[in-house]
Design a binder for this molecule. Sequence first.
Ligand code: ZN
Length: 305
Amino acid sequence: MSEFTDHWALGKALVHRVEEWSGPFLTPQLLFAGFEPAAYAECKEAVPAAYLDAASDALQARLQSWVVEVDGQRVLIDTGAGNDKIRPGIPLFGGLQTPFLERLAVAGFAPEDIDLVVCTHLHVDHVGWNTQWVAGAWEPTFPRARYVFPLADAEYWDPRRSHLYPAKTGEAVNEGFFEDSVRPILEAGRAELVQGSVELLPGLRLDPAPGHTPGSTVITLESGGERAMFVGDVVHHPLQVWNPDWNSIFCEDPSQARATRRAVLERAADLEAVLVPAHFAGQHRTRVRRTPAGLRPVGLDGVGL
Ligand SMILES: [Zn+2]
C-alpha cells in the first residue's frame, strides 16, 4: 500500500489499483460537450474537493490501472500513457518517465506475473504500458501476457485503414499510439481482437459499450454475489452521474456515447455494482443509486462503497 497503490476485495477476487499520473485536467466547461451551467450549479457543491476544485473548476483526474486477481489469474485492465512515448497531440502525456512498474511492484506484481492485459478501449491514455522502449524497439512490457483489444477499435485507429474512417474526433490527440503501443503487440502475435460479449475468465466478462470509441467495452467482475464494472471512459468524472448526457469532447459518436453512458449507469444501479471508471480521483470508484431526482453517486467520500 502506498499513495499510488491500494486494493480492495470483491467476493473472493482482489482488485489492486496502480496509479501512473495525477493532476488537474481541464474544466467541466471545456471537457464536456453538452455542458449546462445551470445543471452544474445544482450539483457542483455535492462533489468532494478531491474530484473538483470548486474555486477554479479544475477537474481532478488520474491515469491508473487495475490488477484483478480472479480465478488464479492476474489481469491488468488499462495501461495508461506509458514512458518515452512521443505525443505531439497531447504533450501532457508525452515523454513521461513515471515509476509505474515500480508501483506495480509495490502492489505485488512483476511484469511477468501478468497473465492477461485488457484495454477497455484503444486511446492514447489506455494503451501506453502495453510496450516499453528496449534496445531501440517497442517491446511488449508483459512478457507472458496475452493482450485483449476490441476489434472495432483496432480497425478504427489503425493508420493503415485511416481512409475508411476519415473524420475521427480524436485523431490529433491520439496521434502515435497505434504504432508504438498496439502494432508491436499485433506483430508479436500476442493480441486477441474481440467483438461482442466475451467471457475472459470465469467471473470476468467483457461487453461492448460503444460510443466513446467504436470498440469501447465494460469489464464486469463477479465474485461471491458482488459485482464491479470497469467502465473505462464511458464515465470520466462523477459529474456525469448527475448528468449522463454530458459527453467528453473525445467521444467519437456523441449520441451513441450518451445512450451507452445512461445504460451503463442504470445497470450499475440495478446490480448495486461498484463502478470503476478509468480516471476518477478521490476514492477512484463509486456506486450509483437511482433517486426521484435522477442518478446519484454513492461513496465519493468513501462511505457506502
Ligand atoms: Zn481515458
